[in-house]
Write a protein that binds this ligand. Structure first.
Ligand SMILES: Nc1nc2c(ncn2[C@@H]2O[C@H](COP(=O)(O)OP(=O)(O)O)[C@@H](O)[C@H]2O)c(=O)[nH]1
Ligand SMILES: [Mg+2]
Ligand SMILES: [Zn+2]
Length: 288
């Protein structure tokens, strides 16, 4: 029996990469016939001559795209065209946190900003740097791309962010041999390469990255309003100082988060986005 990592699933055949980087194709044993228990791209597995026989314990398990053991989600935010949106960014961060995956914030297309616009954005975003890594890049800026490419080393990454943010462009700029399609990908969805039955991790800078964007849709799925305080790491850290255990930071008195917002230790826009997401999740629950 050998150990390896599944890097591709196409038409029921798994491509497994061993420790030395050799790739072999294997099918899954009959005992994995239930979709729920079947091997996934990203899984570490034991395999023999014909079959994958064992799935090693998963660190996490994403459903869309179906990939296991993701180390990080690289969240690509457009600085302009479309405009930067803190609301979109906070929503994506909540989604990523809710899957127990580490987010990395990337601001792309900074070539479209003036010097002052960039400085303003950096100042507003500096708050996030206290709890997340933040990178400023453009597909035209080789030096900044080099710094970003190190992020992928030895990790399994998924990309996140709205369509048009430049996810495919950035991967291509880091490694032109990937030659991913740029522009309107929606037409290609559901056909050819990008069906759900084809999932693949691509080699990039000694790491692996999913070629299908995860978290490109803002669907909160099963997330409940009462979970939200855990998805804002900055709020969560303060919550031990709130008077009420399980404080939602909405209407409770003596709330440390609201106090920090009043003192401008937390930017008001970050809290406003929180309230909006909370109300959305709360309203969704009440509909059922
Ligand atoms: N000016 C500029 N345009 C970019 C940059 N990155 C991507 N774009 C453009 O943004 C559009 C969407 O890029 P794409 O990579 O397809 O975005 P995706 O949907 O997130 O994969 C394309 O027209 C790209 O040429 C950048 O750094 N600077
Ligand atoms: Mg794309
Ligand atoms: Zn509170």
């Amino acid at each position: 029996m050998e150990e390896g990592r599944i890097v591709k699933l196409l038409g029921g055949v798994y491509t497994v990469e061993d420790e030395k980087g050799n790739r072999v194709n294997r099918k899954a044993r009959g005992k994995f016939r239930h979709v729920k228990s079947s091997p996934k791209v990203g899984d570490r597995v034991l395999f023999g001559q014909d079959f994958i026989t064992e799935i090693l314990k998963r660190q996490n398990d994403l459903h869309r795209p179906p990939i296991a053991n993701i180390d990080q989600a690289v969240l690509i935010n457009s600085a302009k065209e479309p405009d930067f949106s803190f609301f979109l960014m906070d929503r994506f961060l909540v989604l990523i946190e809710s899957e127990d995956i580490t987010p990395i914030i990337v601001v792309n297309k900074i070539d479209l900003l003036s010097e002052t616009e960039l400085a303003d954005l950096q100042e507003k975003l500096s708050y996030y740097e206290t709890f997340y890594e933040v990178y400023y890049v453009s597909k035209h800026d080789t030096e900044r791309l080099r710094a970003l490419s190190n992020v992928f080393a030895d990790k399994i990454s998924v990309l996140a962010g709205q369509t048009g943010g430049g996810k495919s462009s950035l991967l291509n700029a880091i490694d032109p041999s990937l030659s991913l399609k740029i522009g309107d990908v929606s037409k290609a969805l559901g056909r050819g390469r990008h069906t759900t039955r084809h999932v693949e991790l691509l080699r990039i800078c000694d790491g692996l990255v999913a070629d299908t964007p995860g978290f490109s849709k803002l669907d909160f799925g099963g997330l409940e309003a009462e979970d939200l305080p855990h998805m804002y790491p900055d709020f969560f850290e303060l919550s031990s100082k709130c008077q009420f255990r399980g404080c939602t930071h909405m209407n409770e008195p003596k709330c440390a988060v609201k106090k920090a917002v009043a003192n401008q230790d937390i930017p008001a826009f970050r809290y406003d986005n929180y309230k909006q997401i909370y109300q959305e999740l709360d309203a969704k629950e009440k509909r059922y």
